[in-house]
Structure formats: structure tokens, C-alpha cells
Design a protein around this ligand. Structure first.
Ligand code: HEM
Length: 148
């Protein structure tokens, strides 16, 4: 009972952290990209990573642990499958910001100057990911209530 409660709460806390972080990352990437702005981008990106780990950890546990509903319930529910499809799309979109921001971190740490050309595209990706999260909330709320 307590585990079920804790996992559900952490899954929702991930939503609070993740939606805020990906939106903030997008906003910071639209800024002048001075050193302080870049630090903000990296901080938001790190929080985005924390949210992803919390989502996957608690989500898979709830999916496979039989705490809420049997695994079979989710796997035959179209809303759940749509939610997972959206999550995969979100991860695919993340590949380019992940690689670019890792490179930027290295360049900044070495004290070299950055080509901030990809910033606008990464900002757009972040805003699209925020939209995907909203769609995921609708599919999640539906599948938890037997819709789909
Ligand atoms: C690997 C990734 C994920 C898995 C396996 C997963 C799995 C699950 C499971 C099994 C539930 C329990 C539903 C029930 O009460 O029966 C759930 C609920 C929920 N998930 Fe996820 N999830 C994942 C990622 C996400 C993400 C990225 C979001 C962000 C939008 C999200 C949003 C929600 C919400 C809002 C609920 C609560 C639904 C409700 O009770 O109304 N999940 N998820």
C-alpha cells in the first residue's frame, strides 16, 4: 500500500520537475546565451534527466510490479500504448539535444568558445517535448480510468 502510494507520488513529482525543466531549458536556449544563461540551460537539462530517471524507474515498477493493475491490463490498453509511443518519440527527439549539450559542457569546461547555432532548434525541440508531455498526461489519466 505504502509502496503503491510512494511510486504514484514520485511518478507525479517527476511530471512537476520534468515539465518545468524542459520548458525552462527551452526558454534559456532562446536567451542571449551568455555564460550565466548557459549555466541555466545545463541546470534545467540536469533536472530534465532526473525527471526522466524518476519516470522510467517508477513507471516500469508500476507497469511490471502488479501494484495497481496487472501488467496485461496496460499492455492491451490503447491509451497506455499511445503513451509509450509518445514517450519513445520524446526520447528520439532528445538524442540531438543530449549529444549537443554534452559537447557544450565539455567545451565550456575547457574554457573554449561555443558555436551556439543549434540553440534555437534545441529550444524548439524542448517546447515540442513539453507538448508531448501534456498529451501523455491525457493518455495516462485515461488509461488509469479504464478508457482505451
Ligand atoms: C517508461 C515510462 C513510463 C511508464 C512505464 C509509465 C507507466 C505508468 C503506470 C503503470 C501508471 C499507473 C496507472 C494506474 O494507475 O493504473 C502511470 C501513471 C501515470 N503516468 Fe506514467 N509511465 C511512464 C512515463 C510517464 C511520463 C513521461 C509521464 C508524463 C506525462 C507520465 C504520466 C503519468 C501520469 C500523469 C499518471 C497518473 C494517471 C492517473 O492516475 O490519473 N508517465 N504511468
Amino acid at each position: 500500500m505504502t509502496l503503491r502510494w510512494a511510486l504514484a507520488a514520485l511518478h507525479l513529482i517527476a511530471l512537476g520537475i520534468g515539465l518545468g525543466a524542459v520548458w525552462a531549458r527551452g526558454r534559456s536556449l532562446r536567451s542571449q546565451l551568455q555564460a550565466e544563461d548557459l549555466r541555466r540551460v545545463f541546470r534545467s537539462d540536469a533536472l530534465w534527466g532526473v525527471a526522466a530517471a524518476l519516470w522510467v524507474g517508477t513507471g516500469l515498477w508500476r507497469l511490471l510490479g502488479g501494484l495497481e493493475k496487472p501488467t496485461g491490463y496496460y499492455l492491451q490498453n490503447h491509451m497506455f500504448l499511445t503513451k509509450m509511443g509518445l514517450f519513445v518519440l520524446l526520447l528520439v527527439l532528445e538524442v540531438s539535444p543530449l549529444v549537443t549539450l554534452m559537447r557544450w559542457r565539455r567545451i565550456m569546461a575547457a574554457g573554449q568558445s561555443l558555436d551556439t547555432g543549434p540553440a534555437r532548434r534545441m529550444a524548439n525541440i524542448s517546447f515540442i517535448q513539453a507538448g508531448i508531455l501534456i498529451l501523455m498526461v491525457f493518455t495516462a489519466a485515461a488509461m488509469a480510468r479504464g478508457i482505451g
